[in-house]
Design a binder for this molecule. Sequence first.
Ligand code: ADP
Ligand code: MG
Length: 566
Amino acid sequence: MNTLQNHLKRIDGKGYKAYKSIQGNYKFSKYQLYIDYVQGDPFASPSRIRIVIPEAVRPIRKEWRENKHRKIYVADRIARSVAVAIQKQSSQAKGSGKSGLIYIDRPGQEILERTAVMIGSNEITICFSIGLPANGRRINGQEAERVFFKHLPSILSVSIFSLSEEELTESAHLADQHKEIRKQMKRNGWIAFIADGSILPRQSGISNKPLNSAVPFKSPEENRVEMAIPHRNKPLTGMAVKQGINLIVGGGYHGKSTLLQAIERGVYHHIRGDGREYVLTDENAVKIRAEDGRQINAVNISMFINNLPHGQDTKKFTTENASGSTSQAANVVEALEAGASALLIDEDTSATNFMIRDARMNALINRSKEPITPFIDKIKQLYVDRNISTILVMGGSGDYFDVSNDVIMMDQYQPYNVTAETQSIVRNYPLNRSFETVNNPLSLAQRVFLRDSLAVYKGKKKKVQARGLSQIIMGKTTVDLSYVEQLIDNSQTNMIAEIISYLEKKKILDKERTLAELLDYLESLMDEKGIQIFGPFPNQHPGDLARPRRFEIAACLNRMRGARLK
Ligand code: ADP
Ligand code: MG
């Protein structure tokens, strides 16, 4: 008999702590089971186990793992099948607390590099969390036996062991298509591509699934491009957004923000059937918004803000409670510091005084009194001097016509190119204001996070932990990431928390690096060693991690209270 079975019989009915003795690994006919961590009581966070399936039992075709990109898609497909199998499983073990719970980190609409399923060179690892069954606080060994010998095997048999070759091949093909689209975007200098027929709107503010009955996207002729991609007979057609300054205009409720949101999310890849599977955006595009109340640490916002009351220094601006305009300025500067190639901005979530100041207001408030150089006076300089593109939703001010390369109007959810009209308007109604690019050069200095930046959570409660999608608890303080809109998956937040712990544990900040160098370093670790190395215990269940972009890692560092910089 399997030693795990014996073990469970022996501890049946004992106090819950006796479960600790089942930690270890056990051989099953088709896989090896690793019980890495056993929860302390039935209500605590669930136990961590891994199922490791040898290559010989569940072959993974060589071509499915011939490159990392394909491997991520195939692993994602397997994780989804396991999640569906768990959901369909009708009989669950019963008992107190989390008894009988079987959980896998289920992917959302995006395909992210994730630790839920990892494809190695000779095996596949699947990471589960399970609630070890109890009656009250006593071990229920019989139910535990059912979890390990009945429920888990049946979940695996209807998921990873029955996924067809076609399903996995289809995932590998989508990987190829996305890669090819990105390649062509780069070659042609497009920062975004929205395929004809895409479904952009979502069901609701809380559902990321496509809206049924939505008007499919149809590209304007002037922006329409065609590209041949692999595994598809007909070429893909759609709208290319070129590098430069792109404006999205149109009446209220005509679909402007929906288009920009799809573009924001296009930095990630979506599953087939999402409606945005062929909406892709330059991976270094960063959403910029106002974020009143955020922490700012020694950021040089002087390209936008000068002469603050009381002579506050804007070359090293620090505050625990930023205003709309200073927060938006810091968000721009920090994005550039981390290496953004394009800025995505929606008027709905911008500070008006950061975006525009019209001729009349200019006439009233003279330059020395008004601390803000609005974004409109910087947008061109950013592009010309630094090749930073912008996609901007602006239905409320035509001032931006003067500085735009391309203007798209949304009308009844359909885009039209109105660049020619806006240019004739610019000629017929010249602006009565001059642009102020003078005297405040682009300030793109690099900061260094010093080693004692992480000191705030040292001491007794030395812990960094994610809570949901948008909070990271660091000791006694909380970093709020609610307005970091391209952070989209709880497991990304989890991983950022683990990265912060890693920085502290491995004393990474002892070596002084600029923020961009630090981010490069972290990304190279992920690329070379795999994201699971950020898990708290080496070679065990790494926790539910999904790879964040460098910008979202930076967003957390930038919002830490008590960070020390030079
Ligand atoms: P705007 O920013 O121009 O004011 P939104 O993008 O917020 O408009 O869209 C307004 C509403 O229209 C939203 O509820 C959105 O879900 C819906 N919507 C957007 N695009 C489409 C579409 N293609 N088909 C159907 N409904 C859409
Ligand atoms: Mg809007």
